[in-house]
Write a protein that binds this ligand. Sequence first.
Ligand SMILES: [Mg+2]
Length: 233
Amino acid sequence: MIILVLLVTILQKSTRVLYNRPMRFSTIFFDLDDTLYPSSTGLWAAIKERMNIYMRDMLQIPADEVPALREQYYKMYGTTLRGLQARHTVDVDDFLAFVHDVPLQDILTPNPLQREIIASLPQRKLVFTNADLHHAQRILAVLQLDDLFETIIDVNAVSPYCKPNPEAFAIAQELANEPDPRKCVMIDDLPRTTRAALEVGMASILYGTEEPTEDASGVFIDWNHLPILVADE
Ligand SMILES: [Mg+2]
């Protein structure tokens, strides 16, 4: 009898622990390009090539200077666009429309397993991208992931900042209505972004490698591994 009471007590306690434990993370921010689809698709490379063309043809920058300049702006300002805005005269909407004008249907394929895994995560899910809303919506539609995210935080929403600026993370948290960075996870393919997320107090997961790094709280290539990385402790 005593053993039975003990067993019931233990069971009740473990049930309470299971169902009443606060979630370690409330909010997951997903990067878009080269994260929600793999870099092997070549899409991001195609977009970068169109940036080169735009800089050469529309901004009259000598062709041989363009790749190095783009790389320099990307490193200094976070994105090519922010660099162009700082150093040239550029129409933001025109630039974004031009560089994203690529045949997504021919390049991207939906991944049902990825969809199932993202859908199964109990946390709030948002896209946080340095691209613009229109591009993000098109990509998500082609990947058949467009119904899984609460909202898309795009480069215009965090203007004049972008990832990896700490101000961009602060705006993203504000838009997500989650003031505690410890409850947030940033999933991104760029170590500089996952490192920046750590620096503002978030957890971060680097997509695209299985090599552990100090730049992120975790790493993964296989979407099957994601649930355990964002699970409660
Ligand atoms: Mg990315």
